[in-house]
Design a protein around this ligand. Structure first.
Ligand code: PAP
Length: 326
């Protein structure tokens, strides 16, 4: 429970963050109620930027923490479900796992938002935390503690299409004017989207994964779809929760993959009708907004040849010399 003094200190800190944010370059776009503000090269809305700044000041990582990192719409919910089910596989079975009654975002706390849950979840012995922060924004204690990070990225074309649909649904829920695909495309292309520019986000983690391969596992959504069991085994090994040969013989990895599959999660009542951040104003959302198609290459149904060419060209140009391709 927070003391009076702690609350006062927190209020003072939040006020100073708000003042600083109000001086930053801003864009009213995407038809959302709050503007995006550009801080150290990336665009965030105030609640998440404030959360990022306060995490930078206060978050104390433990060496045993595992931080799931991603830019929005690249597979975070899937990664959360896979890692959560893997880590808790001896505590729950197929009929008791919390993934049946909570959506994946609600079983892993979000660093720049759910501060209060950190200690609670650690008491439960679940070392997972998630963030959308760029690598350069991570609290110092994460790097110093030597804890592990897993990053997931996705083809920018599918990421954009997913983001556009998510935003359209969000606009509808907020009764704001929906943004047309062409306009959203130009914003994404210029890097003006949540936690964008997308390419810079990916590159930050890619470079860190080359420097610290034992600490940062870099995943691609497309590879995870291609062979989920193989990658789940890699993830489990990397996290320090490897599947024993007996578990492999019993098909435990395959069961987890099935539990966390798009079809299974999308069909659960909680993910069809439940609410994420219920009661938290503009930030509350229907769970089903987070599940759309879960496919590779859906961009072909939305982008013109010219749009796809431009995004591919930008990707090539941004990733040139990095050794990364998507
Ligand atoms: P977030 O940043 O808003 O949390 P995130 O979970 O990272 O989103 O990514 C959402 C994408 O993952 C959606 O892609 P789509 O719009 O192209 O369909 C969503 O459908 C997809 N997704 C969610 N759960 C799964 C899953 N279990 N397997 C595969 N893809 C999934």
């Amino acid at each position: 429970m927070e003391s009076h003094i702690e609350k006062q200190n927190r209020d003072v800190l939040q006020k100073s963050f708000k003042e600083m944010i109000s001086t930053l370059p801003k864009e009213n776009c995407w038809g959302i109620p709050e503007a995006l503000y550009q801080y150290q090269g990336f665009w965030l809305t105030p609640p998440f930027l404030q959360g990022a700044l306060s995490a930078q000041q206060q978050f104390q990582a433990q060496p045993t923490d595992i931080i799931l990192c991603s830019s929005p719409r690249t597979g975070a919910a899937w990664l959360k479900s896979l890692t959560f089910a893997t880590i808790t596989r001896t505590s729950y079975n197929d009929s008791t796992t919390p993934l049946l009654s909570k959506m994946p975002h609600d079983v892993v706390p979000f660093m720049e938002f759910d501060h209060a849950q950190f200690s609670t979840n650690r008491h439960l012995g679940i070392p997972l935390l998630a963030t959308h922060l760029p690598y350069s924004f991570l609290p110092r204690s994460i790097i110093d503690s030597g804890c592990k990070l897993i990053y997931i990225c996705r083809d920018p074309k599918d990421t954009f299409v997913s983001l556009h649909h998510f935003n359209a649904r969000y606009n509808k829920s907020q009764n704001t004017q929906p943004v047309q695909l062409d306009e959203a495309f130009e914003l994404f292309y210029e890097g003006v989207n949540w936690y964008g520019p997308y390419w810079d986000h990916v590159l930050g983690y890619w470079k860190a994964s080359l420097e610290h391969p034992d600490k940062l596992l870099f995943l691609k959504y497309e590879e995870l779809i291609e062979d989920t069991v193989l990658y789940l085994k890699k993830i489990a090994e990397f996290m320090g929760y490897p599947f024993s040969s007996e578990e492999q013989q019993q098909g435990v990895p395959e069961n987890i993959v099935q539990l966390c599959s798009f079809e299974n999660l999308n069909g659960l009542e909680v993910n069809k009708t439940g609410k994420h951040r219920d009661g938290q104003g503009d930030l509350a959302m229907e769970n089903n907004i987070f599940f759309r198609k879960g496919k590779v290459g859906d961009w072909k149904n939305y982008l013109t040849t010219e749009m796809a060419r431009r995004l591919d060209q930008r990707t090539l140009q941004k990733f040139r010399g990095s050794g990364l391709s998507v």
